[in-house]
Ligand binder design. Structure first.
Ligand code: GLA
Ligand code: ZN
Length: 651
C-alpha cells in the first residue's frame, strides 16, 4: 500500500521544501505528485524549458525517501501561449470563445495546442527519463470529452463521420435525416450541435450521440499522443491519468486503454463505494486514488470539515474496493489562487494538526497490514453493466424528467451494497460468464449483438435483471421497430403493450410475498408471454397488470423491472434473488456501514468501514480475526463513529 500527497513546490518558498518533505516522511508518505499545472514554470517562454527548480524539488523529497509521479502540465496552458495563439481556446455552443484565466482553456483538437503539448511532454520525458526519483506519469489532469464547438472541431467531426459512415447517404439513412429536411448533400453541411432556433437539445439524437462519441475520441487521441511520447522516452515509468469517478462526458474505457492503470480523484460527499467500483471496473483491476479528500472542499466558499476518523475511513474504504495507493489532495492549503480555501493536510499556517495525525495513522496502518493485502483484489459474483453510450443517449432524451442511467445504477448498487454484496461494475463488452447475477440499468440502446450475448448468458444458466426502457433504440440512437423490449422479448417472455410516463405522480406495486412499494417516473404496461408476474400495479387503469416479471429461459432466469420502484425495494428484491442463488454475503449491515472484500487464493480480508458519525453494530456471518488489533472477534462487532476494522476470515 502506498501513501502519497499532491504537492505544489512552485507555490512555496524553497526554504520550506525540506521542512515539508521531512513532515511528509514522518507521516509515512512515500509518493508525491508534482507539476501537473506548472507549465509556466517549466516553459516560461516558447521553447525555453527550465527544469532546475523541479530537479531541486525532486532532490529534496528523494532525500526523504519520497518518489514522484509527474504530471504533464497541459491542463493549464500559460498566458504566452494563449497570447500567441488565441485560437487554441475552446468555443461554446453559441460559438463564443472561452478565455484565459482559470484552467482548461484549450481545445484538444487544435493542432497548435497539440504541437505545444507534444513539445512540453517531450522535453519533460527526455529530462526525467533516467531520474531515479520518478516513478511514473500522470497525463494532463481530469480529462473530459472535448465538447468544443470551434471550426477545427467542426472539420474533425465531419472527418470522423466520413470515416465511420463512408458515404453521406449512409449517414443520412443511419440518422434518419429526412426528418425536418436535414438531408445532407455535402460533408461541410453537417453541423456540430451548435445552438439552434429551437434550443440546445433539438438536434437529431443520432447526431448528438455521435458528437458525444467524437468529443470523447478527440480526448483519447490527445492523451494517446502524450502516452506515446512518455513510453518512447521513459519505458521504465508507468503512465496513468486521474479520472473522475462517475464523471460521464468521456468514455473512460477508451481513455484507459493506453494506460498502465486507472487513478481517480475521490472527493466523497456520501459514500464513494459506487465510484470506486466504477473505477475498478474500467480495466477490471486495482487502481490508485490520485487525489483523496483530506479536508473541507472549497474554492470561494467552504464546506464542513471531515469529522475525526472520517479521512481514515475514506482511505480504507478505497483500499477495500481495490485501491493500491492513496494520494491525498493536497499537502497544504494554498495561499493564492482560486483554490485558496480548499483545505490541505496542513492549513495555511502549516502547523501539523488533527488531519496530519490522521494521515500519519493511515501511514502506520498501511505499513502494518500492507503485506497482508498485497496480491489481493475484490472478487464478486454480481456484475452491473455500465456503458457511456447508454448514459449519453438517456441524457440526450431522458424519457421523463428524473429518469437516468445514473438513477438505476445507484439504486441497484446501493441495494446490493446494503446487503453486503459486492459488485463489479463492468462494460457490456466484458465476458459475463463468471458472474452468477448480471444487473442491467436500462439498455436503452440495444444492438442485436448485445441482445444475443445476454440471451446466451441466460440460456447457459446466468441470471439477468433488466430495467424499463430497454431495447428502445439501436446503437445509432434510431428507434427500433419491434414491440419492446425488442430483441430481448423472448429472453424475458414479455411484451410491453404500452407505457405511461407518470413523472412525479406515483403508483404502487404489490409483490407475491405481500410486500408493497411505491413506484414513480415510469410504468410499463406488460403482457406475459411465457414469464410470470413477480409484482403487479395497485392503482390506475392498469392496476392488476404485471409491473415486474421473471422468466425461465434455458438454464437461467431473467427478471424485468418495468417501473422505477422506491429505493428500499431494491434491497428487498435483490435480497430475494441473492437468497435463491445462495450468493455469498459476509455481513448484515446497518445503513452507512460498508464491507468490501479483497482476496487471493489463500485468504480473504474484509474491510469494514463505518461512514456514519454514530456507533454501529454489525453482524458477521463468520467469525473473523481483526488484523489491525490482532484479536479474534465474535459475530457482533461494534464500530466507533467512522471506525474501521480489517478482518481476516478464519474459514
Ligand atoms: C480536482 C483537480 C485538482 C483540484 C481539486 C480541488 O480534483 O484535479 O487540481 O482542483 O479538484 O478543486
Ligand atoms: Zn474545438
Amino acid at each position: 500500500m502506498i501513501l502519497g500527497v499532491d504537492y505544489y513546490p512552485e507555490h512555496w518558498e524553497e526554504e520550506r521544501w525540506p521542512v515539508d518533505a521531512k513532515l511528509m516522511a514522518e507521516a509515512g508518505i512515500t509518493v508525491v505528485r508534482l507539476a501537473e499545472f506548472a507549465w509556466s514554470r517549466l516553459e516560461p517562454r516558447d521553447g525555453e524549458f527550465q527544469f532546475a527548480w523541479l530537479d531541486r524539488a525532486l532532490e529534496v523529497v528523494s532525500a526523504h525517501g519520497i518518489r514522484a509521479v509527474l504530471g504533464t502540465p497541459t491542463a493549464a496552458p500559460p498566458a504566452w501561449l494563449v497570447e500567441k495563439h488565441p485560437d487554441i481556446v475552446p468555443v461554446d455552443a453559441w460559438r463564443r470563445p472561452l478565455g484565459f484565466g482559470a484552467r482548461l482553456h484549450r481545445c484538444l483538437a487544435n493542432p497548435t495546442f497539440r504541437e505545444h503539448s507534444r513539445a512540453v511532454t517531450t522535453a519533460m520525458a527526455r529530462h526525467y527519463a533516467q531520474h531515479n526519483a520518478v516513478l511514473g506519469w500522470q497525463t494532463d489532469n481530469e480529462l473530459t470529452g472535448n465538447r468544443c464547438y470551434c471550426e477545427v472541431c467542426a472539420g474533425r467531426f465531419r472527418g470522423w463521420l466520413q470515416h465511420k459512415y463512408g458515404a453521406l447517404d449512409v449517414l443520412n439513412r443511419t440518422w434518419g435525416t429526412a426528418f425536418w429536411s436535414q438531408e445532407y448533400s455535402a460533408w461541410p453541411q453537417v453541423p456540430l450541435p451548435w445552438q439552434t432556433a429551437c434550443g440546445p437539445m433539438a438536434h437529431n439524437p443520432s447526431l448528438m450521440l455521435d458528437y458525444y462519441r467524437f468529443a470523447s475520441d478527440i480526448t483519447v487521441e490527445f492523451q494517446r499522443e502524450q502516452v506515446r511520447i512518455l513510453r518512447k522516452h521513459c519505458p521504465e515509468h508507468f503512465v496513468t491519468h486521474n479520472f473522475m469517478g462517475l464523471h460521464d462526458a468521456i468514455n473512460y474505457y477508451d481513455l484507459a486503454e493506453d494506460l498502465d492503470f486507472v487513478s481517480w480523484d475521490n472527493y466523497p460527499e456520501s459514500s464513494a463505494a459506487l465510484p470506486h467500483d466504477v473505477m475498478r471496473g474500467i480495466q477490471g483491476r486495482s487502481f490508485w486514488v490520485m487525489e483523496e479528500k483530506c479536508g473541507h472542499a472549497g474554492w470561494n466558499t467552504m464546506g464542513p470539515i471531515p469529522r475525526p476518523g472520517q479521512v481514515r475511513a475514506w482511505a480504507w474504504q478505497a483500499v477495500g474496493h481495490g485501491a493500491e495507493a492513496i494520494v491525498f489532495f493536497r499537502w497544504r492549503s494554498c495561499r493564492s489562487g482560486t483554490e485558496q480555501f480548499w483545505q490541505g493536510i496542513l492549513n495555511h499556517d502549516a502547523v501539523p494538526g488533527r488531519r496530519y495525525r490522521e494521515v500519519a495513522q493511515v501511514g502506520r496502518e498501511f505499513r502494518q497490514v500492507g503485506p497482508e493485502l498485497d496480491g489481493t483484489a475484490p472478487r464478486n459474483d454480481v456484475a452491473i453493466l455500465y456503458s457511456y453510450d447508454q448514459i449519453w443517449a438517456l441524457q440526450i432524451q431522458p424519457q421523463v424528467p428524473g429518469f437516468s442511467f445514473a438513477l438505476w445504477l445507484q439504486r441497484y448498487h446501493e441495494g446490493l451494497h446494503r446487503l453486503g454484496l459486492g459488485a463489479d461494475v463492468v462494460s457490456p463488452a466484458t465476458d459475463l460468464s463468471p458472474y452468477k447475477l448480471v444487473v442491467c440499468p436500462p439498455l436503452y440502446l440495444l444492438s442485436d449483438e448485445l441482445a444475443a450475448r445476454l440471451d446466451r448468458y441466460v440460456s447457459n444458466g446466468g441470471h439477468l435483471v433488466v430495467s424499463a426502457r430497454t431495447g428502445v433504440k439501436n446503437e445509432n440512437n434510431y428507434a427500433r421497430s419491434e414491440t419492446l423490449p425488442g430483441p430481448l422479448a423472448r429472453t424475458l417472455g414479455i411484451a410491453v403493450e404500452d407505457y405511461d410516463a407518470i413523472g412525479d405522480r406515483s403508483n404502487a406495486i404489490g409483490l407475491h410475498d405481500g410486500a408493497r412499494f411505491k413506484v414513480g417516473l415510469w410504468c410499463d404496461i406488460l403482457r406475459l408471454e411465457g414469464a410470470e408476474a413477480a409484482a403487479r400495479y395497485l392503482h390506475d387503469f392498469y392496476a392488476g397488470s404485471p409491473a415486474i416479471t421473471v422468466s425461465r429461459h434455458g438454464e437461467g432466469r431473467a427478471w424485468y423491472i418495468g417501473t422505477v420502484p422506491e429505493e428500499r425495494f431494491f434491497r428487498h428484491f435483490l435480497g430475494g434473488i441473492a437468497g435463491e442463488l445462495r450468493l455469498r454475503r459476509v455481513a448484515d449491515l446497518p445503513k452507512g456501514v460498508e464491507v468490501a472484500c479483497r482476496e487471493d487464493e489463500e485468504h480473504r480480508v474484509l474491510v469494514l468501514t463505518n461512514l456514519t458519525g454514530q456507533r454501529q453494530t454489525v453482524r458477521l456471518h463468520d467469525p473473523c480475526e481483526d488484523i489491525l488489533a490482532k484479536a479474534i472477534v465474535g459475530d457482533n462487532i461494534v464500530l466507533d463513529p467512522f471506525g474501521v476494522r480489517l478482518l481476516r476470515t478464519t474459514s
